[in-house]
Design a protein around this ligand. Structure first.
Ligand SMILES: Cc1cc2nc3c(=O)[nH]c(=O)nc-3n(C[C@H](O)[C@H](O)[C@H](O)COP(=O)(O)OP(=O)(O)OC[C@H]3O[C@@H](n4cnc5c(N)ncnc54)[C@H](O)[C@@H]3O)c2cc1C
Length: 378
């Protein structure tokens, strides 16, 4: 991996300019994030970047990665999303793993030999983790037997290990199960795939466990019942990643709006001669600055593990994603029919942006989580 963050940033920007932007329309159409592109991200060290030095990684912080995540998202948010679960798994292991679990997984994550998935969501349980039903029963001799259904597992058909929320026998709250991929695809661990309108190329797997015996499965931190707390803690990292996806979309919407304003001939001049186009671009500039500032502040708070890290990372994710959807709409008004051909960048951004409002928690549920205590404290 490049040995400092500015070299990493340069390498990511070159990758996006040379390899992503020329190909992204075709990748999106084919619903295919090519393995070579994922391997490039691994080779750049992006999946192992958060692993501390004592476990063989560079020990970068979330704030160090914000520029790289943003640049990737300017190319395609599917790339930023594809590397996210391994970063979350790193945070889970560093913050909550046992020494043996850290030693088992972190050096291989640092070396780019292991990619992870996170599996929280179930058909009846999204934001409400109290409704998790997948169960895990300890096996004699070690491991767990799993029963239940999961949905929306990013990278879940090919990852090496899955961090999965389940009700472990004996605990009254969900636990985080570290589940190696051995046995996936068998007739007791059945894998399906969800077709998506946007955020294409990222595997969105479904799982059905039918008394699946997983001898290598164990509870994170050996702490049964602590899974929801552990997952929510690591999601602070993921929310900054999602916020960077929103920010990258805002960057591209602004670029499209500027290009349309400068190039589209209207009457005797161009669209940008008109006040409404100038105001529209001005608004995009202002809101981009606001999102950028909040994302950077949230990333620093997550690294410092400060008291307001949860509130800031949640606020950054909500603001960035809602601004992304708004920004694409504003740019598309200027582009009009040129935003509506299937291969137009704005058409893809219009399908991609809502993913950032859902992933890592639906925005309305996150607003509830911020609003309720604010009112209760009054
Ligand atoms: C493209 C994509 C990728 C994803 N990747 C992953 C992944 O890798 N791993 C994973 O585990 N999940 C993943 N998800 C799932 C995602 O995290 C969930 O969709 C999200 O948490 C929302 O859950 P839900 O869709 O079940 O909605 P719900 O939680 O059912 O929310 C539905 C509605 O109910 C409201 N609501 C929720 N809770 C409350 C409450 N307490 N009080 C009042 N109203 C409430 C919400 O605001 C919303 O309006 C992904 C989703 C998508 C679309």
């Amino acid at each position: 991996m490049p040995n400092d963050t500015s070299t990493l940033q340069d390498a990511v920007e070159r990758f996006v300019a040379d390899e992503v932007l020329p190909a992204v329309a075709a990748w999106d159409l084919a619903d295919d994030l090519p393995d070579a592109a994922l391997r490039r991200l691994v080779g750049l060290g992006l999946t192992g970047a958060l692993v501390p030095a004592e476990h063989g990684g560079p020990g970068l912080g979330v704030a160090d990665l914000v520029p790289a995540w943003r640049a990737l998202s300017q190319g395609w948010i599917s790339l930023t999303g594809a590397i996210n679960p391994t970063g979350l798994a790193t945070a889970l292991l560093v913050r909550h793993g046992t020494d043996a679990q850290r030693a088992r997984w972190l050096p291989r994550i640092a070396a780019g030999k292991v990619l992870a998935s996170l599996s929280i969501t179930e058909p009846q349980a999204g934001c409400d983790l109290g409704r998790i039903e997948t169960s895990a029963r300890p096996l004699a001799g070690g491991g767990l037997e799993l029963e239940g259904r999961k949905r929306w597992v990013a990278g879940g058909a090919s990852s090496d290990v899955v961090f999965l929320l389940a009700m472990v026998e004996g605990a009254d709250k969900p636990s985080c199960v570290v589940l190696p991929a051995e046995g996936r695809g068998s007739d007791t661990w059945i894998v399906g795939d969800l077709d998506k309108i946007g955020y294409r190329g990222v595997e969105s797997a479904t799982y059905r466990f039918e008394r699946h015996r997983a001898p290598g499965a164990e509870v994170l931190g050996d702490d049964a019942g602590a899974g929801a707390r552990q997952m929510l803690d690591a999601l602070d990292v993921g929310r900054v990643n999602v916020a960077c996806r929103g920010l990258g979309i805002v960057d591209r919407a602004l670029a499209c709006a500027v290009q349309e304003s400068a190039e589209r001939e209207i009457g005797d001049g161009v669209l940008g001669d008109h006040t409404h186009a100038q105001i529209r671009v001005g608004e995009l500039v202002v809101r981009r600055r606001a999102v950028e500032a909040l994302v950077e502040k949230a990333a620093r708070a997550v690294d410092a593990r400060s008291e307001d890290a949860r509130e800031l990372s949640t606020a950054a994710k909500v603001l960035a994603s809602d601004t992304a959807v708004w920004a694409v709409d504003r740019a598309a008004r200027l582009a009009a029919s040129r935003s509506y051909t299937a291969s137009a960048e704005l058409a893809r951004l219009r399908r991609d942006a809502p993913q950032t409002q859902i992933g890592e928690g639906a925005n309305d549920a996150l607003l509830l989580a911020l609003g309720r205590p604010a009112i209760a404290d009054a």
